[in-house]
Each structure stands twice: as C-alpha cells, then as structure tokens.
Write a protein that binds this ligand. Structure first.
Ligand code: SF4
Ligand code: SF4
Length: 201
C-alpha cells in the first residue's frame, strides 16, 4: 500500500560510454567549485578578523566589582544551582577583618570556576544572581589546546580594578526592577533566608 507519493523510483539503467568516463560528472563538479571563486566568502580569518556581535551577545563571563573595587560575589551558589550545564563550581570563605575593601560581603568566593566546555551560554547564572555579580559579555572565549585550560578561575573571570568591563547594556533599569519582583524564585530563597546571606551565625 502506498502511503504517500514522495517515494522515488530508482532506475537501474546502464551507463553510457561517456558516463563511464565520469567526464560529465567531473566537469559539473569543477563548474560548481569554480563558481564559488566569484561568490562572497562565508568565512572570516579569525582571530585576526571577527564578526560583529550584538551588544547583548552571551560570551565570556565577568565577575563584577562594586563601585569601590570590592568583589560583589558572596558565594551564595544560586548561579551554580541555576546552571543547567552544571558548569559552575565554587568554594566560599569568610572575609577577615581588614578585607572589606576586597570583598563586599562577609562571605566571598575563594574559588570560583566556570567550565567553558560545559557552558551553553544560556545566561541563567546572570539572571539568578541576586548580587549583580556575574554577567556574560560580548568577549569570545579563547581557543585552547588543553581541556583544563577551558576551566576559567577567578583570575580570568574577575574584572580588573583598573580595567572595568561595561555591562550597562545587560544591566538596564528594567532588568534591575524585574529582578526585584517578589515572585521570582531566587528572591524568595533570599528573603526567606533559605540561603546563607554571608552573615556570621
Ligand atoms: S551561561 Fe548558562 S550554562 Fe553557562 S555557566 Fe551560566 S548558567 Fe551555566
Ligand atoms: S549567584 Fe551571584 S553572588 Fe551568588 S555565587 Fe553566583 S555570582 Fe556569586
């Protein structure tokens, strides 16, 4: 029984002498290749040349500092919980006396790592962060030869005090207001103290 009319009848005809030389096939192939010489190139010579990307392109993450230069991240772990690729790991530590200029909260991330090979650049870590500490940027992740070099630690993620990274395009007032909505899961967790806010107990 024929279900559709999409089936093709395969012919088993005998090749002509010309076809047996494969000349028409070779000529046809060369014509297609030759025609591409005059078309616009679809590739760019990366890394010397890069394609333009959107201002809100989701690339290499940055761990932000506050206006005084202190690290904003309080190692609450919400970004790691939100990450569908389980790409984020961290280790927290308690801020010592005299380190107020280094870390904004009493608890900070001693170790913070993102495995760029696992990351799918979805931006959920950025959305989950209640401290405006992590943002994705328009920077492309470096090319590497070893897998372990794709695990970015704080040295590659934290922005330099004297070389700030502008994330204002991602941190608009609308986004900031949206994040304060009481219905959002991370706000509920934060408000009901289900997570450590970085204070001593
Ligand atoms: S961008 Fe997505 S996949 Fe990558 S670390 Fe953030 S939450 Fe995980
Ligand atoms: S959600 Fe924000 S504050 Fe919490 S660990 Fe992640 S980056 Fe740090």
């Amino acid at each position: 029984m024929q279900l559709t009319n999409r089936s093709k009848v395969v012919s088993n005809k005998v090749q002509t002498a010309m076809e047996q030389l494969y000349l028409p096939g070779i000529l046809k192939g060369m014509l297609i290749t030759g025609s591409h010489l005059f078309k616009r190139r679809a590739t760019v010579k990366y890394p010397e040349e890069t394609r333009p990307v959107a201002a809100v392109y989701r690339g290499w993450h940055v761990l932000k500092r506050d206006e005084n230069g202190a690290e904003r991240c309080t190692a609450c772990g919400l970004c790691a919980v939100a990450c569908p690729a389980e790409a984020i790991t961290m280790e927290s530590a308690e801020r010592k006396k005299g380190e107020e200029g280094l870390y904004r909260e009493e608890k900070y991330a001693k170790v913070y790592e993102i495995n760029m090979l696992r990351c799918i650049f979805c931006g959920l870590c950025e959305e989950a962060c209640p401290k405006e500490a992590i943002f994705l940027t328009d920077r492309l992740v470096d090319t590497e030869y070893e897998r372990e070099d794709f695990v970015y630690g704080k040295s590659k993620l934290t922005e330099k005090v004297d070389k700030r990274i502008d994330v204002s395009k991602r941190q608009t007032l609308e986004v900031a207001e949206f994040k304060k909505l009481p219905g959002l899961k991370h706000n509920e967790m934060w408000d009901s103290k289900k997570i450590d806010k970085g204070h001593k107990h």
